[in-house]
Design a binder for this molecule. Structure first.
Ligand SMILES: [Zn+2]
Length: 137
């Protein structure tokens, strides 16, 4: 159970955030979420800017096994939410909802494992072969 006082502390003290997110009561989303962890990493959001939170999807769910709980990773940006309620809504309602979908209907939500691995492979290949250099003058 987190309170306004703990929230304010987590906003101002980065070192406290790991402990803070560990104390969050996920309410109804608890069933679908394995762990909630704070990470110092800065992850880009697919639509631009930095991500506030991300769902880490277990491999078994990617194989379309049902009943697999995901992990929520919380980033620094989540602590710029205007209020504790907004922050909790992001975790419990938003990521909790995605976790529920993955728990119940992974085959509807997630691409096939073959497609997933092909995507991963093309990411690694683009890192290995950055392509022609774009030079200005
Ligand atoms: Zn979403």
């Amino acid at each position: 159970m987190v309170t306004e006082k703990y929230w304010q502390r987590a906003v101002h003290e980065e070192c406290y955030r790991r402990e803070f997110v560990g104390q969050i009561d996920l309410e109804d989303s608890h069933k679908y979420v394995n762990t909630v962890r704070y990470s110092h990493k800065r992850i880009m959001h697919p639509q631009g800017g930095f991500a506030a939170t991300r769902l880490r999807i277990p491999f078994l769910a990617r194989l379309h096994f049902k009943g697999i709980r995901s992990d929520i990773e919380v980033y620094s940006k989540a602590f710029s939410a205007p209020t504790l309620q907004d922050f909790l809504g992001l975790l419990i309602d938003h990521e909790g909802y995605h976790a529920k979908e993955i728990y119940e209907n992974p085959e509807v939500i997630l691409p096939s494992i073959v497609k997933y691995l092909q995507n991963q492979l093309s990411v690694y290949q683009s890192i290995a072969n950055p392509g022609p250099q774009q030079c200005s003058s």
